[in-house]
Design a protein around this ligand. Structure first.
Ligand code: NAP
Length: 268
């Protein structure tokens, strides 16, 4: 039996155990993937305990992605320079490697499943927490015309923009936001509390594609808000969740699961 876990707070909403269970079934792997509620100061202890149990690795979610950096011996890929980690790999050599698979998950979902190009489009990213930080470099690699970042606490958006210097990337205040963005990505955690970020209605137009990293059985508060303003094209982060999980599964097992099969099974 291979042990894995996801650590977060809150964690009850997480569907990662189900997703990784379905991936493991595809390859006949016996998997025990737990979701674990961790107190605000308890991440290091929870990870150390999992390593003691001989686990293969873990996922890290809200609000621990920055804290997880301190637990890594080495950071790989998109996580380098950003310091937000969503996957830990406990290697046989005793080292802990840190990755961030959120960006791969988002880009694969947007481009391959939702057929949304980022290239040449005016993109607004809402939020500057762990998830937003993790996806900025990948969004910039897709060459949007502009990538604006708005965050409830403006200093965090400014800090994020300083981390990844690019002429396309700008932190904006509410007053500075453009009208009718082509693509609006909500990477705030407001949805976890059942609310939408407080934003001006002019940012949405009928052609705006609205994507919410949060996901739920019914439409998320942000997507409901966008729908009320006439945005016809909307998607939540369930597809991203499956794709980022597939990227983590590859890190642990070097196997690429069939994500479409899992998507169909979980949505049926
Ligand atoms: P985080 O590090 O805790 O950051 C939270 C962010 O949300 C901060 O920018 C915070 O702004 C903002 N925020 C919180 N409540 C808000 C409100 N009421 N109005 C406006 N902004 C608010 O969390 P995270 O790791 O970035 O995760 C953010 C969201 O993305 C969560 O809902 C998470 O579940 C989701 N997510 C989904 C996937 C997926 O695969 N679908 C992957 C990663 C994350 P301040 O700086 O002002 O506090």
């Amino acid at each position: 039996m291979i042990n894995l876990a996801v650590f977060g707070n809150p964690i009850a909403h997480s569907r990662s155990p189900e997703i990784h269970g379905l991936f493991a079934q595809q390859f006949g792997i016996a998997l025990n993937y737990q979701k674990v509620l961790v107190p605000a100061d308890g991440l290091a202890q929870a990870v150390a305990e999992l390593i003691r149990q001989g686990a293969r690795g873990c996922n890290i979610t809200v609000p621990f992605k920055s804290q997880a950096l301190a637990l890594c011996d080495e950071v790989k890929g998109d996580a380098i320079g950003l310091g937000v980690i969503n996957t830990l790999d406990f290697a046989p050599n005793g080292k802990v490697y840190g990755y961030n698979t959120d960006a791969q998950g988002l880009i694969t979902d947007l481009k391959d499943h939702l057929e949304q190009s980022i290239h040449g489009r005016r993109v607004l990213l809402i939020g500057a927490g762990g998830a937003a930080q993790g996806v900025v470099p990948a969004l910039l690699r897709e060459a949007p015309e502009t990538l604006h970042v708005w965050n409830r606490t403006p200093q965090r958006a400014e800090q994020l923009v300083r981390l990844v210097p690019s002429s396309q990337l700008e932190a904006k205040t509410l007053e500075q936001l453009d009208a009718q963005y082509d693509l609006i990505i909500n990477a705030s955690a407001a949805g976890l509390k059942g609310s939408a970020p407080d934003l001006p209605s002019r940012i949405i137009g009928p052609g705006s594609f609205c994507y919410d990293l949060s996901y739920s059985d019914s439409e998320t508060p942000f997507l409901q808000w966008a729908s009320g303003l006439g945005a016809k094209h909307r998607a939540d982060g369930f597809g991203m969740l499956i794709e980022q999980a597939a990227a983590a599964f590859y890190i642990w097992f070097e196997l690429s699961p069939d994500t479409q099969m899992v998507r169909t099974e979980m949505l049926s």
